[in-house]
Every structure is written in structure tokens, then in C-alpha cells.
Design a protein around this ligand. Structure first.
Ligand code: GLU
Length: 446
């Protein structure tokens, strides 16, 4: 890719960063990083009633959560600022004057209209949708299909989206506009303004829409929520990043699970598909799990710790080494951070075990036998490694005429309070001799 792309994400601060916005931002970011170009953040706050600083901050935080860093923006400045439309009024006024002077725009009802000249063709090449051609009289129409001139300045003195976006993309040096397919209908309007002002046009790439599993527009229930809600639901930034990158794109090596670096390495806007992408929660779960499996235990610990804390588990009572080890023992179980935190709760707090298990799995008749077996196992604790415990248990079970199923199951219940868990000797090795003994004793098994 020879060209260095200057791309932008241009959210309106009228809500938090939701999945659709994150998707658009992600593709812009990928192209900027792939081409060694720049990713610019521009706040489109011309709707003064609905725009707030809180939403702006929340969008920035959402991008940070996603790990999408920008090179220029309202918080960090840059050579093409200001980066909030409300601070760029001089520019909009200047070019409004120019269009008025040249007779390309006119004033009516306190607003300024851009005149559409009929009988022309507006054509452009979309990097995703291919060649698009619209007759100028169809670019903007009234309900009865008559030509509707484009408002560029509203009565409240603020520029409209279709006008401000042209001035800003041009003066910010944007050479590739990447945005959702819902904006394809706006592009010809913007091109008429580019041409009228004699501005060089950028390239355009529209991204396919994201649909719910029912093939309908993404609903609140099906993903159209803020990225922070994904965090609260147990999805990690790496998982959401990977999942969103696959909505409308796939790397040519066919890999479904990749890191940010790999995505940057393999990204090509030419591989973006036109077909609407389906938001599939099962796939998100799968990707999120795979991303967690690929993390080092130390890094996973940073992700899981707050979830344990939210559950009231005493993380401060344990060393990082123990906690990371517990996650390692969990061995990739759990699709979400919440599940990982829950599935591993017994490593941090025995009361979680006693809350859900009353000892009933070990039948009275068999208890004397189990007590003998567990006592022998504790006696032969050795170096306490999983390998040693496993080997020793096999021997002891056999000598006592017992089986894995008979002897290991009540132990699993006593240590974890669960029917399903990692291997019971791995759990015992992680808990240590003292804690294992304490738990067995509590349930009258030692
Ligand atoms: N503020 C517009 C939006 O949020 C930007 C669209 C564009 O990228 O041109 O939809």
C-alpha cells in the first residue's frame, strides 16, 4: 500500500460509543495503522441541543477501551485543528460566503441552500461498493421527487452535516472517508459541494451494515449498546476488537482469531465485503474465549481481578502468583470474563463452596472409606505437584479397591462446590495441602 491514509472517525457526541460506531472507528484505525498514516478524531457537535461534553468524554473512553488510539483529536490537538466542529465556525462561514458570492448558494428563510444543478452526473468509485453514479437531480429530492436544494447553514446559524463534513474532510487533509453504508446516500450531496468549491475529492469506502441475527437492524437487545456494556457483560477489548474486525472483513490467511498487530498486518480495504454483516453473539463468545486463552496468566489476571472484586472476593489476600496460577489451572474454561471469575471463585473463597454445596455428594456408607483414602493422600503429599498427587492418588485408590469416580468426585465437590471443574488434583495442587485438608475436614471427609 503506497499511500499513507489520513482517515477520521467523526462521531456526534449525542450518545456513548456504541457497536456501530466502534466498528467504523476500528476500520479507520486499521487502515491508518496499516498504511502508516494517521487516525483523526473529529467531534461533530453541530447539534447544540443534543451534544454534550459527557458524551464526548464517553466516546473517547470507549475508543480507549477498544484500544484504538488516535493521532489528532480534541484532547490532543494536531496541525489541522480545532477538532470540534463547533470551534470551526469561521471556516464554514467563509466558504458559505464564497458559495453565495459565486451564486452557487442562496439565502432563504434565514437558512443557506446549496443549489443543485440538474442534468449532471455525480459519479464516484467506492472502495467497497464499486462505481456509483447518480443523476444530480436525484441526489436530493422532495417527497414528490422534485429537486431539493441542500441546506448548508441552518437558521440557528450552524452548518449541516453534509456541508461541514466536506469543509472538514478537505481542510483536515482526509484522503479516505470510511463510514457506514447508511451514508452512501449522502456522498453524492457532499461530492456536489466538493466540486462546487473546487476541492479535491477524497476516496470513499462505505462499510456494510451490521444486522442482528434475525437479519433486522441491530436492536438494543442485539448488540446496539455502548461498548462499556460489553465490558460489563464480560467481553474483553481484544475479543470485541477481533469480533468487530470480522464483521465485513476477513484476513486473507483465513484466520478467525488474531491480535491487533496481525489485523493491522493483514488489513486490506479491498477485502471488505458488501454483504451486511450479522452480529452473532455465539461467535463473540467464542472469540472472546479464544482471546482469553491466548493471554498470559499475568495479563489475564489484570482483566479478571476487577470481576473477582465485584463479586466480593478477597483478591488482596493472595499473591499475584497464586491468582495467576488459579487462572492457569482453570485452563481456558469460560467464555466471558464473568464466567472465568465465577468458575474460579473457589480458589479465593471457601465460603463460595459452602454456599452451593452441603456435602451430600458423599454418601454415609462410603465416608469411612473416603476418610481413609484422603488421609493417605494427604500423608503422601510430597512436593504437592499435580503430577505427584495424581500418581499417588491412582495408587492409593487402587490399594483401597476404589476408583477415580468413587473417590475423586466427592473430593471435587468438597474443594470446588461444583460438578464440573478442572482436574481435581490440579485444583488440590493449587490450593495447597493445608487448604485441601481444611475443605475435606469441613465436609467430614478427613
Ligand atoms: N457525524 C456523522 C455520524 O456520526 C459522521 C458521518 C461521517 O463519517 O461522515 O454519522
Amino acid at each position: 500500500m503506497a499511500e499513507k491514509y489520513r482517515v477520521r472517525f467523526a462521531p456526534s457526541p449525542t450518545g456513548s460509543l456504541h457497536i456501530g460506531g466502534a466498528h467504523t472507528a476500528l476500520f479507520n484505525w486499521l487502515l491508518a495503522r496499516r498504511s502508516g498514516g494517521s487516525f483523526i478524531l473529529r467531534i461533530e457537535d453541530t447539534d447544540r441541543e443534543r451534544s454534550t461534553k459527557e458524551y464526548e468524554d464517553s466516546i473517547l473512553d470507549g475508543l480507549r477501551w477498544m484500544g484504538l488510539d488516535w493521532d489528532e483529536g480534541p484532547d490532543k490537538g494536531g496541525d489541522y485543528g480545532p477538532y470540534r466542529q463547533s470551534e470551526r465556525m469561521d471556516l464554514y462561514k467563509k466558504y458559505e460566503e464564497k458559495l453565495l458570492d459565486e451564486g452557487k448558494a442562496y439565502r432563504k428563510d434565514d437558512a443557506t441552500f446549496f443549489k443543485i444543478v440538474p442534468g449532471k452526473h455525480v459519479s464516484f468509485h467506492d472502495e467497497v461498493y464499486g462505481d456509483i453514479d447518480v443523476e444530480s437531480e436525484k441526489v436530493s429530492v422532495n417527497q414528490d421527487n422534485t429537486v431539493k436544494d441542500i441546506v448548508i447553514m441552518r437558521r440557528d446559524g450552524m452548518p449541516t452535516y453534509n456541508y461541514a463534513v466536506v469543509i472538514d474532510d478537505y481542510f483536515m487533509g482526509i484522503n479516505m472517508v470510511i463510514r457506514g453504508e447508511d451514508h452512501v446516500i449522502n456522498t453524492p450531496k457532499q461530492l456536489l459541494i466538493y466540486d462546487a468549491l473546487g476541492f479535491e475529492r477524497p476516496h470513499f469506502a462505505h462499510l456494510p451494515m451490521i444486522l442482528g441475527k434475525d437479519k433486522k437492524k441491530l436492536s438494543k437487545r442485539q448488540g446496539a449498546t455502548s461498548v462499556f456494556e460489553y465490558n460489563d457483560m464480560g467481553y474483553m477489548p481484544d475479543g470485541v476488537f477481533n469480533f468487530l474486525a470480522l464483521l465485513g472483513w476477513s484476513p486473507r490467511n483465513g484466520e478467525e482469531i488474531f491480535t491487533r498487530e496481525e489485523a493491522v498486518e493483514l488489513f486490506d480495504i479491498k477485502n471488505v465485503t458488501r454483504k451486511a454483516a450479522v452480529f452473532d453473539m455465539d461467535k463473540l463468545n467464542h472469540i472472546n474465549q479464544e482471546q482469553m486463552k491466548r493471554m498470559s496468566p499475568e495479563k489475564l489476571l489484570c482483566v479478571i481481578r476487577p470481576f473477582w472484586e465485584d463479586m466480593g472476593l478477597p483478591t488482596d489476600k493472595f499473591s499475584d502468583e497464586y491468582l495467576a496460577g488459579a487462572l492457569q489451572t482453570l485452563g481456558g474454561r469460560g467464555q466471558t470474563t464473568i464466567q472465568v471469575a465465577e468458575y474460579s471463585d473457589y480458589f479465593l473463597d471457601f465460603s463460595k463452596v459452602t454456599e452451593r454445596y452441603d456435602g451430600s455428594n458423599a454418601k454415609e456408607e462410603i465416608r469411612p472409606k473416603l476418610r481413609k483414602i484422603y488421609a493417605e493422600l494427604l500423608d503422601d503429599w510430597g512436593d504437592g505437584t499435580f503430577e505427584h498427587l495424581h500418581e499417588s492418588a491412582e495408587k492409593i485408590f487402587a490399594e483401597n479397591d476404589s476408583t477415580m469416580k468413587e473417590s475423586a468426585t466427592p473430593m471435587r465437590w468438597a474443594l470446588t462446590g461444583r460438578k464440573v471443574s478442572p482436574g481435581v488434583f490440579e485444583v488440590a495442587a493449587r490450593l495447597g495441602k493445608e487448604e485441601t485438608a481444611r475443605r475435606l475436614r469441613y465436609f467430614g471427609l478427613l
